[in-house]
Design a protein around this ligand. Structure first.
Ligand SMILES: [Zn+2]
Length: 396
């Protein structure tokens, strides 16, 4: 269904999201167009995303992600970036404290539009939306109404120096499965021609029990216009049926998943969905496993030495199971082994993600990213007219 054109009759928008990166992955293309057209846009982030990096403590990750977000905003022409305090990444609660903070920001900035993100349970497919996004999206909708009522959060009005602001005409959500309007982010015909339109999309299923790893890999993949993550799961037992149903071109699977061991998954997937390419991520043994050098397994099944590339531990000596027998046997089922090694690798994955984000942001700033950003109208003041006539009154 073609998207309707996003309205142009406004001058100020406040974007309210839970985390750094939320806007970059959902709306930055549209925001770049708006600021280029002379509209004023400000960001309000409820958290600094401080719990978003598994290998980095929040007090280190928070400032780092805040700085990255300010830099990303600047690329798309946004200088006003505010971060709230008192709401913790990953455990943002829907409630009056959040609505109060958002209402204060809306009263302070006095926007025509509030742009938030999908507050639904899913992104439209199988992947769960996270609680922070749901809570912030819903609170942004409610606070847009609260802001106009002087009797709600009245301390802000009576002693906080803020006036009520009933000027939010509409609340829009990006990343929503119900998006019916689009902001064209294609700048020239030539650029559109080089878009993914003529290319087949590579459909990918991700299976990893660590959400952070899954998110990181997903971010990494979705920067590519023709890659689409169509399903994901943290449950080993769910992978085979998911792949059976979705028949993706690629499955990326972690070796060690609860429920069913990754390589057993791989074996079953190979049987039932032979066209699906399987990429295995193995966090610990992968350096040696990916070396293409085989672990010697004698006929009696009892290993007598460690993997040739494994340096025996000075105290513990050699490890017979450094590359498990099952992993060795699975070589014939596995298309590609991606070597990812522990904490060091997580930082590397993160750096890769940041590098890719930087590149994507650059492209957005230069309006080189073709396509459209879709938004759903989740609240419309004009639509009040569709209800039976009733004088608006405080608390209604
Ligand atoms: Zn987020």
């Amino acid at each position: 269904m073609p998207l309707e054109r996003f309205p142009d009759d406004w001058s100020r928008a406040l974007c309210i999201v839970a985390h750094p990166d939320d806007l970059e992955y959902g709306a930055a293309g549209a925001i770049a167009r708006w600021t280029a057209a002379g509209k004023e846009v400000a960001y309000l982030l409820v958290t600094r995303g401080e719990a978003g990096i598994d290998g980095m403590k929040p007090d280190e990750a928070g400032p780092r992600r805040e700085a990255e977000e300010r830099a990303s905003a600047a690329v798309v022409g946004v200088d006003a970036v505010q971060f709230l305090d008192g709401h913790a990444d990953g455990v943002v609660e829907y409630g009056l404290p959040l609505r109060r903070d958002l209402a204060a920001a809306i009263r302070g900035y006095r926007p025509d539009l509030v742009v938030s993100m999908n507050h639904r349970e899913t992104w439209g497919g199988l992947s769960f939306n996270m609680a922070d996004h749901r809570h912030v999206g819903l609170a942004a909708l409610d606070a847009s109404r609260d802001a106009g009522n002087r009797w709600i959060f009245r301390a802000q009005v009576e002693s906080g120096g803020l006036e009520p602001w009933g000027g939010v005409r509409a609340v829009w959500a990006f990343g929503s499965p119900g998006a019916a309007h689009g902001v064209d982010t294609t700048d020239t015909v030539k650029k559109a021609e080089s878009s993914s339109s003529g290319r087949a999309t590579t459909r990918i299923v991700l299976a990893d029990d660590q959400n952070v790893v899954r998110e990181a890999i997903k971010c990494l993949l979705e920067v590519e216009a023709d890659f689409e993550v169509v399903g994901e799961t943290a449950d080993g037992l769910a992978v085979v049926s998911l792949v059976d149903r979705l028949k993706p071109e690629v499955l990326i699977v972690d070796v060690a998943m609860p429920g069913l061991y990754g390589l057993e998954i791989t074996r079953q997937v190979r049987e039932r969905s032979p066209k699906t390419r399987v990429v295995v991520c193995e966090p610990d043994n992968s350096q040696t496993y990916a070396s293409e050098v085989r672990m010697p397994w004698p006929d009696d099944g009892v290993p007598k030495q460690s993997h040739p590339r494994f340096r025996p531990h000075p105290v513990q000596g050699w490890a017979p199971d450094f590359v498990p027998k099952l992993a060795e046997d699975a070589r014939e089922w596995v298309h590609e082994i991606v070597a990812i090694g522990g904490a060091e690798a997580q930082i590397r994955v993160l750096d890769d993600v940041l590098r890719l984000v930087g590149r994507a942001q650059h492209a957005v700033g230069e309006a080189e990213q073709p396509g459209a950003v879709g938004l759903e109208l989740v609240g419309d003041r004009a639509a009040h007219g569709h209800h039976p006539a009733r004088a608006p009154r405080p608390g209604s």
